[in-house]
Design a protein around this ligand. Structure first.
Ligand code: NAD
Length: 319
Protein backbone atom coordinates (compact mmCIF):
# COMPACT_ATOMS: atom_id res chain seq x y z
CA UNK A 1 0.00 0.00 0.00
CA UNK A 2 2.01 2.92 -1.28
CA UNK A 3 -0.21 4.81 -3.70
CA UNK A 4 -3.79 4.63 -2.54
CA UNK A 5 -7.16 5.75 -3.91
CA UNK A 6 -10.05 6.28 -1.51
CA UNK A 7 -13.41 6.65 -3.27
CA UNK A 8 -16.09 8.41 -1.25
CA UNK A 9 -13.28 10.44 0.32
CA UNK A 10 -15.63 13.40 0.73
CA UNK A 11 -17.77 11.33 3.08
CA UNK A 12 -17.61 10.31 6.72
CA UNK A 13 -15.51 7.13 6.85
CA UNK A 14 -13.52 8.20 3.77
CA UNK A 15 -12.33 11.42 5.48
CA UNK A 16 -11.08 9.49 8.51
CA UNK A 17 -9.45 6.81 6.36
CA UNK A 18 -7.58 9.36 4.21
CA UNK A 19 -6.21 11.03 7.34
CA UNK A 20 -5.03 7.71 8.77
CA UNK A 21 -3.44 6.60 5.49
CA UNK A 22 -1.50 9.86 5.36
CA UNK A 23 -0.30 9.26 8.94
CA UNK A 24 0.88 5.81 7.78
CA UNK A 25 3.01 7.46 5.07
CA UNK A 26 0.91 6.55 2.00
CA UNK A 27 0.41 8.83 -0.99
CA UNK A 28 -3.38 9.28 -1.22
CA UNK A 29 -5.81 10.34 -3.92
CA UNK A 30 -9.37 11.01 -2.78
CA UNK A 31 -12.35 11.09 -5.13
CA UNK A 32 -16.00 11.89 -4.57
CA UNK A 33 -18.90 13.74 -6.18
CA UNK A 34 -18.48 16.38 -3.48
CA UNK A 35 -15.72 17.93 -1.38
CA UNK A 36 -15.57 16.90 2.29
CA UNK A 37 -18.31 18.78 4.11
CA UNK A 38 -16.84 19.28 7.57
CA UNK A 39 -13.04 19.39 7.18
CA UNK A 40 -10.32 20.00 4.63
CA UNK A 41 -9.19 16.80 2.92
CA UNK A 42 -5.83 15.38 4.02
CA UNK A 43 -5.38 13.71 0.60
CA UNK A 44 -2.40 14.58 -1.60
CA UNK A 45 -4.83 14.95 -4.49
CA UNK A 46 -8.62 15.25 -4.43
CA UNK A 47 -10.65 14.93 -7.62
CA UNK A 48 -14.37 15.50 -7.98
CA UNK A 49 -15.43 12.49 -10.05
CA UNK A 50 -18.66 10.53 -10.44
CA UNK A 51 -18.08 6.81 -9.89
CA UNK A 52 -21.28 5.97 -11.80
CA UNK A 53 -19.29 6.93 -14.91
CA UNK A 54 -16.79 4.50 -16.39
CA UNK A 55 -14.42 7.22 -17.65
CA UNK A 56 -14.35 8.88 -14.24
CA UNK A 57 -13.49 5.53 -12.64
CA UNK A 58 -10.67 4.96 -15.11
CA UNK A 59 -9.31 8.40 -14.22
CA UNK A 60 -9.68 7.78 -10.49
CA UNK A 61 -7.90 4.41 -10.50
CA UNK A 62 -4.87 5.43 -12.61
CA UNK A 63 -1.37 4.94 -11.13
CA UNK A 64 -2.42 3.53 -7.76
CA UNK A 65 -1.69 0.11 -6.24
CA UNK A 66 -4.54 0.05 -3.74
CA UNK A 67 -8.21 1.14 -3.84
CA UNK A 68 -10.58 1.53 -0.90
CA UNK A 69 -14.08 1.57 -2.44
CA UNK A 70 -16.22 3.58 -0.05
CA UNK A 71 -18.29 5.65 -2.50
CA UNK A 72 -22.00 4.94 -2.19
CA UNK A 73 -25.29 6.76 -2.42
CA UNK A 74 -26.58 5.99 1.06
CA UNK A 75 -28.29 7.39 4.13
CA UNK A 76 -30.17 6.55 7.29
CA UNK A 77 -33.26 4.37 7.46
CA UNK A 78 -35.72 7.13 6.47
CA UNK A 79 -33.85 8.05 3.29
CA UNK A 80 -33.20 4.38 2.46
CA UNK A 81 -36.97 3.79 2.46
CA UNK A 82 -37.57 6.77 0.18
CA UNK A 83 -34.96 6.16 -2.52
CA UNK A 84 -34.81 2.45 -3.44
CA UNK A 85 -34.24 3.01 -7.17
CA UNK A 86 -31.36 5.46 -6.62
CA UNK A 87 -29.77 3.02 -4.18
CA UNK A 88 -29.85 0.14 -6.65
CA UNK A 89 -29.04 2.16 -9.78
CA UNK A 90 -26.25 4.35 -8.44
CA UNK A 91 -24.51 1.81 -6.24
CA UNK A 92 -24.52 -1.03 -8.76
CA UNK A 93 -23.01 1.35 -11.33
CA UNK A 94 -20.43 2.59 -8.79
CA UNK A 95 -19.31 -0.94 -7.90
CA UNK A 96 -19.31 -2.25 -11.47
CA UNK A 97 -17.40 0.68 -12.94
CA UNK A 98 -14.93 1.01 -10.08
CA UNK A 99 -14.07 -2.68 -10.14
CA UNK A 100 -13.69 -2.88 -13.91
CA UNK A 101 -11.51 0.24 -13.91
CA UNK A 102 -9.33 -1.35 -11.20
CA UNK A 103 -8.91 -4.41 -13.40
CA UNK A 104 -8.07 -2.39 -16.51
CA UNK A 105 -5.59 -0.21 -14.60
CA UNK A 106 -3.91 -3.18 -12.90
CA UNK A 107 -4.75 -2.19 -9.31
CA UNK A 108 -3.21 -4.77 -6.94
CA UNK A 109 -5.41 -4.52 -3.84
CA UNK A 110 -9.09 -3.62 -3.55
CA UNK A 111 -11.16 -3.10 -0.40
CA UNK A 112 -14.96 -3.12 -0.62
CA UNK A 113 -17.11 -1.67 2.18
CA UNK A 114 -20.15 -3.91 2.51
CA UNK A 115 -22.76 -3.73 5.25
CA UNK A 116 -24.47 -5.68 8.03
CA UNK A 117 -27.62 -5.05 5.96
CA UNK A 118 -26.65 -8.13 3.89
CA UNK A 119 -27.73 -10.41 6.77
CA UNK A 120 -31.17 -12.07 6.65
CA UNK A 121 -34.15 -10.44 8.35
CA UNK A 122 -35.19 -13.81 9.80
CA UNK A 123 -32.13 -13.80 12.10
CA UNK A 124 -32.90 -10.33 13.48
CA UNK A 125 -36.47 -10.61 14.69
CA UNK A 126 -35.99 -9.98 18.43
CA UNK A 127 -33.92 -7.44 20.31
CA UNK A 128 -31.84 -10.20 21.87
CA UNK A 129 -31.05 -11.86 18.51
CA UNK A 130 -27.64 -13.57 18.64
CA UNK A 131 -24.72 -11.91 16.89
CA UNK A 132 -24.55 -12.36 13.12
CA UNK A 133 -21.79 -14.62 11.87
CA UNK A 134 -20.36 -14.19 8.39
CA UNK A 135 -21.71 -17.57 7.19
CA UNK A 136 -25.26 -16.61 8.25
CA UNK A 137 -25.69 -14.58 5.07
CA UNK A 138 -27.40 -17.40 3.08
CA UNK A 139 -30.22 -18.26 2.51
CA UNK A 140 -30.44 -14.59 1.63
CA UNK A 141 -33.15 -12.25 2.90
CA UNK A 142 -31.36 -8.91 3.33
CA UNK A 143 -32.96 -5.80 4.74
CA UNK A 144 -34.34 -3.52 2.00
CA UNK A 145 -32.80 -2.73 -1.38
CA UNK A 146 -29.61 -1.40 0.23
CA UNK A 147 -28.91 -4.87 1.69
CA UNK A 148 -29.64 -6.63 -1.62
CA UNK A 149 -27.38 -4.19 -3.45
CA UNK A 150 -24.51 -4.70 -0.98
CA UNK A 151 -24.87 -8.49 -1.22
CA UNK A 152 -24.89 -8.30 -5.02
CA UNK A 153 -21.79 -6.09 -4.96
CA UNK A 154 -20.03 -8.57 -2.64
CA UNK A 155 -20.75 -11.34 -5.16
CA UNK A 156 -19.58 -9.12 -8.01
CA UNK A 157 -16.27 -8.54 -6.19
CA UNK A 158 -15.89 -12.26 -5.56
CA UNK A 159 -16.37 -13.00 -9.27
CA UNK A 160 -13.51 -10.61 -10.07
CA UNK A 161 -11.35 -12.54 -7.64
CA UNK A 162 -12.35 -15.85 -9.28
CA UNK A 163 -12.16 -14.77 -12.91
CA UNK A 164 -9.22 -12.34 -12.81
CA UNK A 165 -7.35 -13.24 -9.62
CA UNK A 166 -7.72 -9.73 -8.14
CA UNK A 167 -6.78 -9.37 -4.46
CA UNK A 168 -10.09 -8.32 -2.92
CA UNK A 169 -11.02 -7.75 0.72
CA UNK A 170 -14.58 -7.25 1.93
CA UNK A 171 -15.70 -5.95 5.33
CA UNK A 172 -19.31 -5.75 6.51
CA UNK A 173 -19.64 -2.49 8.43
CA UNK A 174 -22.13 -2.45 11.33
CA UNK A 175 -23.40 1.09 12.15
CA UNK A 176 -20.24 3.15 12.08
CA UNK A 177 -20.46 6.46 13.96
CA UNK A 178 -18.23 9.33 15.05
CA UNK A 179 -17.26 12.94 14.36
CA UNK A 180 -17.46 14.22 10.74
CA UNK A 181 -20.55 12.09 10.02
CA UNK A 182 -23.80 13.48 8.63
CA UNK A 183 -25.90 14.55 11.61
CA UNK A 184 -28.82 16.41 9.99
CA UNK A 185 -30.88 16.63 6.81
CA UNK A 186 -32.43 13.14 6.65
CA UNK A 187 -29.43 10.97 5.76
CA UNK A 188 -28.05 10.73 9.32
CA UNK A 189 -28.00 7.48 11.31
CA UNK A 190 -29.47 6.98 14.79
CA UNK A 191 -26.44 7.90 16.99
CA UNK A 192 -25.95 11.19 15.11
CA UNK A 193 -29.69 11.98 15.08
CA UNK A 194 -29.97 11.36 18.83
CA UNK A 195 -26.89 13.48 19.58
CA UNK A 196 -28.33 16.33 17.46
CA UNK A 197 -31.77 16.17 19.06
CA UNK A 198 -30.36 16.15 22.59
CA UNK A 199 -27.87 18.90 21.75
CA UNK A 200 -30.71 21.13 20.50
CA UNK A 201 -32.60 20.94 23.79
CA UNK A 202 -32.29 24.28 25.56
CA UNK A 203 -31.67 23.93 29.29
CA UNK A 204 -31.30 20.73 31.28
CA UNK A 205 -34.40 18.77 30.19
CA UNK A 206 -36.75 18.27 27.26
CA UNK A 207 -38.47 15.95 24.76
CA UNK A 208 -37.07 14.21 21.73
CA UNK A 209 -38.91 12.34 18.99
CA UNK A 210 -37.84 8.68 18.74
CA UNK A 211 -38.61 6.45 15.76
CA UNK A 212 -40.41 3.27 16.87
CA UNK A 213 -40.81 2.29 20.51
CA UNK A 214 -37.10 2.53 21.34
CA UNK A 215 -36.71 -1.20 22.01
CA UNK A 216 -35.03 -1.99 18.66
CA UNK A 217 -31.38 -2.90 19.25
CA UNK A 218 -28.12 -2.41 17.36
CA UNK A 219 -24.38 -2.44 17.91
CA UNK A 220 -22.42 0.69 17.03
CA UNK A 221 -18.78 0.80 15.98
CA UNK A 222 -16.66 3.91 16.51
CA UNK A 223 -15.01 5.17 13.33
CA UNK A 224 -11.43 4.87 14.67
CA UNK A 225 -12.00 1.14 15.23
CA UNK A 226 -13.47 0.85 11.72
CA UNK A 227 -10.46 2.54 10.09
CA UNK A 228 -8.02 0.46 12.14
CA UNK A 229 -9.88 -2.68 11.09
CA UNK A 230 -9.89 -1.72 7.39
CA UNK A 231 -6.09 -1.33 7.44
CA UNK A 232 -5.58 -4.58 9.34
CA UNK A 233 -7.81 -6.46 6.89
CA UNK A 234 -6.02 -4.93 3.92
CA UNK A 235 -2.64 -6.05 5.28
CA UNK A 236 -3.84 -9.58 6.10
CA UNK A 237 -4.35 -12.76 4.10
CA UNK A 238 -8.08 -12.80 4.82
CA UNK A 239 -9.96 -13.92 1.71
CA UNK A 240 -13.60 -13.94 2.85
CA UNK A 241 -16.00 -11.18 3.95
CA UNK A 242 -15.63 -10.28 7.66
CA UNK A 243 -17.72 -8.29 10.11
CA UNK A 244 -16.49 -4.84 11.08
CA UNK A 245 -18.63 -4.02 14.07
CA UNK A 246 -18.90 -3.80 17.80
CA UNK A 247 -20.53 -6.67 19.68
CA UNK A 248 -21.91 -4.32 22.38
CA UNK A 249 -25.62 -4.34 21.41
CA UNK A 250 -27.94 -1.74 22.99
CA UNK A 251 -31.53 -0.66 22.46
CA UNK A 252 -32.27 2.82 21.14
CA UNK A 253 -33.58 3.68 24.63
CA UNK A 254 -30.22 2.65 26.13
CA UNK A 255 -28.39 4.67 23.48
CA UNK A 256 -30.49 7.71 24.43
CA UNK A 257 -29.67 7.19 28.12
CA UNK A 258 -25.93 7.15 27.35
CA UNK A 259 -26.10 10.37 25.30
CA UNK A 260 -28.37 12.04 27.89
CA UNK A 261 -25.82 11.20 30.55
CA UNK A 262 -22.95 12.62 28.46
CA UNK A 263 -24.96 15.80 27.79
CA UNK A 264 -26.11 15.92 31.42
CA UNK A 265 -29.75 16.43 30.37
CA UNK A 266 -32.98 14.72 31.40
CA UNK A 267 -34.69 13.38 28.28
CA UNK A 268 -38.34 12.43 27.74
CA UNK A 269 -38.98 10.27 24.66
CA UNK A 270 -41.95 10.82 22.37
CA UNK A 271 -42.25 7.61 20.37
CA UNK A 272 -43.43 7.80 16.75
CA UNK A 273 -44.63 4.30 15.89
CA UNK A 274 -45.36 5.25 12.25
CA UNK A 275 -41.65 5.64 11.40
CA UNK A 276 -39.49 2.80 9.97
CA UNK A 277 -37.15 1.06 12.44
CA UNK A 278 -35.60 -1.82 10.47
CA UNK A 279 -34.83 -5.21 12.03
CA UNK A 280 -35.61 -5.62 15.73
CA UNK A 281 -32.12 -6.66 16.81
CA UNK A 282 -28.78 -6.66 14.98
CA UNK A 283 -25.43 -7.45 16.54
CA UNK A 284 -22.01 -8.38 15.21
CA UNK A 285 -20.44 -11.74 16.08
CA UNK A 286 -16.70 -11.09 16.14
CA UNK A 287 -15.46 -14.66 16.46
CA UNK A 288 -14.09 -14.81 12.91
CA UNK A 289 -12.28 -11.46 12.89
CA UNK A 290 -10.66 -12.30 16.26
CA UNK A 291 -9.58 -15.67 14.90
CA UNK A 292 -8.17 -14.21 11.68
CA UNK A 293 -6.65 -10.98 12.96
CA UNK A 294 -6.32 -11.44 16.72
CA UNK A 295 -8.15 -8.12 16.92
CA UNK A 296 -11.70 -6.74 16.99
CA UNK A 297 -13.27 -3.31 17.56
CA UNK A 298 -13.03 -2.43 21.25
CA UNK A 299 -13.76 1.27 21.74
CA UNK A 300 -16.73 1.47 24.12
CA UNK A 301 -19.97 3.15 23.15
CA UNK A 302 -19.61 5.56 26.08
CA UNK A 303 -16.15 6.63 24.89
CA UNK A 304 -17.13 6.93 21.22
CA UNK A 305 -20.36 8.77 21.95
CA UNK A 306 -18.54 11.25 24.17
CA UNK A 307 -16.38 12.29 21.20
CA UNK A 308 -19.32 12.22 18.81
CA UNK A 309 -21.61 14.28 21.05
CA UNK A 310 -18.86 16.84 21.62
CA UNK A 311 -18.40 17.29 17.85
CA UNK A 312 -22.13 17.39 16.99
CA UNK A 313 -22.82 19.78 19.86
CA UNK A 314 -20.12 22.13 18.49
CA UNK A 315 -21.61 21.92 14.99
CA UNK A 316 -25.17 22.57 16.21
CA UNK A 317 -24.17 25.60 18.28
CA UNK A 318 -21.55 27.17 16.03
CA UNK A 319 -24.04 28.80 13.63
P1 NAD B 1 -20.97 8.76 3.36
O1 NAD B 1 -22.30 9.00 2.71
O2 NAD B 1 -20.51 9.76 4.36
O3 NAD B 1 -19.84 8.57 2.27
C1 NAD B 1 -20.09 8.05 0.99
C2 NAD B 1 -19.54 9.03 -0.01
O4 NAD B 1 -19.76 8.52 -1.32
C3 NAD B 1 -20.23 10.41 0.05
O5 NAD B 1 -19.30 11.44 0.31
C4 NAD B 1 -20.87 10.56 -1.32
O6 NAD B 1 -20.84 11.89 -1.83
C5 NAD B 1 -20.01 9.63 -2.16
N1 NAD B 1 -20.69 9.27 -3.40
C6 NAD B 1 -22.02 9.03 -3.59
N2 NAD B 1 -22.27 8.81 -4.87
C7 NAD B 1 -21.09 8.91 -5.52
C8 NAD B 1 -20.70 8.80 -6.88
N3 NAD B 1 -21.59 8.55 -7.83
N4 NAD B 1 -19.40 8.96 -7.18
C9 NAD B 1 -18.47 9.23 -6.23
N5 NAD B 1 -18.78 9.37 -4.93
C10 NAD B 1 -20.07 9.21 -4.58
O7 NAD B 1 -21.06 7.31 4.00
P2 NAD B 1 -20.04 6.54 4.95
O8 NAD B 1 -20.76 6.31 6.21
O9 NAD B 1 -18.72 7.22 4.97
O10 NAD B 1 -19.96 5.14 4.20
C11 NAD B 1 -18.83 4.73 3.42
C12 NAD B 1 -19.10 3.34 2.88
O11 NAD B 1 -19.35 2.43 3.96
C13 NAD B 1 -20.32 3.24 1.97
O12 NAD B 1 -20.06 2.34 0.93
C14 NAD B 1 -21.39 2.66 2.86
O13 NAD B 1 -22.38 1.96 2.15
C15 NAD B 1 -20.57 1.74 3.74
N6 NAD B 1 -21.24 1.49 5.03
C16 NAD B 1 -21.33 2.46 5.97
C17 NAD B 1 -21.96 2.19 7.17
C18 NAD B 1 -22.09 3.23 8.24
O14 NAD B 1 -22.66 2.93 9.31
N7 NAD B 1 -21.59 4.46 8.07
C19 NAD B 1 -22.51 0.92 7.41
C20 NAD B 1 -22.42 -0.04 6.42
C21 NAD B 1 -21.75 0.23 5.24
Amino acid sequence: MKKVLVTGAGGFIGSHLVKRLKEEGCWVRGTDVKLPEFSETCADEFEVLDARRRDDCLQATRNVDTVFSLAANMGGIGWTHEAPAAIMHDNLLISTNTLEACRLNGVENIFYSSSACVYPNYLQETNDSPGLKENHVFPADPDMEYGWEKLTAEILHQTYKKSYGLNIKIARFHNIYGPLGTYDGGREKSPAAICRKISKIQGQEGDIEVWGDGTQARSYCYVDDCVEGCLRIMRSNIDCPVNMGSDQMVTINELIDIVANIADKKIYCKYDLTKPVGPKGRNSDNTLIKELLGWAPSISLEEGLTETYKWINDQVHKS
